[in-house]
Design a protein around this ligand. Sequence first.
Ligand code: ZN
Length: 91
Amino acid sequence: MPVIDLGMIENKTSEKLDQLRLKTIRHHDIKISKDMIVKMVCGYCKGPVHDKPHMLKIANLERSSCCTSCRSLYKEKYKGRIDSLASRNNF
Ligand SMILES: [Zn+2]
């Protein structure tokens, strides 16, 4: 019976991810593959984002959403958090 070292598998996976990251950095004009899009999740409903993700940009944050309604809902949710922080600071 083969002994599976989970730690080794994890290390190999992170190594692969590092290589992938380096490749992405090296090739700035790399096209986002379909696999990458499928792996994206909606910032609001956490559902998978297929085809064209609806990008939402707040300040320097970028979030993807699966549909326009999720995008606006996420924006509202995020906006509320900023407003509450701002009003707290005003006190
Ligand atoms: Zn969604």
